[in-house]
Design a protein around this ligand. Structure first.
Ligand code: FEO
Length: 393
């Protein structure tokens, strides 16, 4: 397979994982890509690797441009295995190359692989490295989303190789956002942020500030997943949205997430939806029997109100609700106003486990609402009043 030139002397040498359907719990119905870049200069530099099982595609694209013996540097922006899985193979083919990473990156590489014989060039944030006609500037972005995460800026090309940042799990027969439907790409970028970077808003805000402080003039953002943002309009749009998502601001919408066994919790969810609609508050409703957790999380970026409904099963949370609550808690959305609700047969109280998660996340809430078996009209009316009370908070 061939490399594709994305800027003069800068080649995309990544791999397209068309068949990927799931990325550690994140549904990826349109696959993903692992983007790596080759900079042809006096010191030929490879930036990032790919997932281990896509290695052959990556290696053949590199070989279409240069022999491995000519590579001087291998920049490792991030050690998660979707980008480092084939770095050991690359280092076998290019043992003369120096691995350029930060201290946390070196430690993570050593923890994942046998790095015996590898030469490291360790950088700190703000350090630069000349590779000939180009200067690489490194910006570490710790916990965005691993301790080792960093981005590489190619000064002369005004090109930011941003690794996970600004990425999308989206695989199509194109490399650039301009060759795809912009709104679709942005939805994938939003989903990526919500499912991967959501807990790290403070770090994202800091990275955006650092990029500003360093005076990075960016014409192109080439992430390690999905499509490349090029031109001021696209670059400003994705950076602007990252700023908004990272700030924790929301659009005042509502999201209802529930599951149901015999329709009782679904009936309560319908009542809640009607209250929001009557109040003119945009609302989405997701039943976990048909939605993957990762399809729901983007709505949490826009939502002020969160309602989670549970049908009690064997005196426990319903397994899909428990799974969702665990996933959501890990992503730690901020500044929500919440209500847990549900139904039970003979033992109430299980929804308190959801309430506990709201409390742990520091959300504003009102006490949970539960109904025994099937809610009759008077109960539905009471629940309606409860949701109306929530909206007044
Ligand atoms: Fe795409 Fe954090 O790996």
């Amino acid at each position: 397979m061939k490399a594709i030139e994305v800027k003069k002397g800068v080649y995309w040498v990544g791999a397209k994982d068309w068949n990927l359907k799931e990325f550690h719990g994140y549904a990826t119905p349109q696959g993903s890509t692992y983007n790596a870049y080759l900079l042809m200069d006096e010191k030929i530099t490879l930036v990032d690797g790919v997932k281990h099982y896509m290695s052959e595609e990556n290696l053949s694209r590199i070989k279409s441009v240069v022999d491995f013996s000519k590579i001087s540097y291998v920049v490792v922006n991030h050690v998660e295995m979707d980008h480092s899985g084939n770095i050991p193979e690359i280092m076998k083919l290019a043992p003369q190359a120096k691995v350029v990473t930060n201290t946390a990156g070196k430690q993570a590489l050593e923890a994942h692989f046998d790095t015996t014989g590898w030469q490291f060039e360790l950088i700190k944030s703000g350090d630069t490295l000349s590779i000939g006609s180009r200067t690489l500037a490194f910006m570490t972005t710790p916990m965005l989303h691993w301790p080792d995460s960093m981005m590489t800026y190619v000064k002369e090309d005004k090109l930011l190789l941003s690794n996970d940042g600004f990425g999308q799990h989206y695989c199509i027969d194109a490399l650039f956002v301009k060759d795809a439907k912009f709104d679709v790409v942005m939805e994938h970028a939003k989903s990526y942020y919500a499912n991967i970077l959501f807990p790290f808003g403070a770090q994202a805000e800091k990275a955006l500030k650092t990029a500003g402080d360093l005076g990075l003039d960016i014409e192109m953002i080439a992430p390690s997943h999905g499509l490349i943002w090029s031109g001021a309009e696209e670059v400003n749009a994705i950076i602007g949205n990252y700023g908004k998502w990272a700030s924790g601001a929301n659009e005042g919408k509502a999201v209802i997430v529930y599951d149901t066994m015999w329709g009782a919790t679904a009936a309560l969810a319908d009542v809640a939806m009607g209250v929001f609609q009557a109040a003119g508050i945009p609302v989405t409703k997701h039943c976990l029997s048909v939605k993957n957790v990762s399809d729901i999380m983007p709505d949490f970026l826009d939502a002020k109100y969160v309602l989670i409904g549970n049908p009690t099963l064997n005196n426990q949370l319903f397994p899909r609700v428990a799974g969702f609550v665990t996933y959501m808690k890990g992503l730690a959305p901020k500044n929500k106003t919440a209500l847990a609700f549900g139904s039970y047969g003979w033992r109430p109280g299980v929804v308190n486990q959801i309430q506990q998660v709201f409390d742990d996340l520091g959300w504003q809430s009102i006490p949970p609402f539960e109904e025994k078996y099937t809610p009759k009209s008077d109960v539905l009316e009471k629940f309606k009043e409860k949701v109306e009370e929530l909206i007044k908070l």
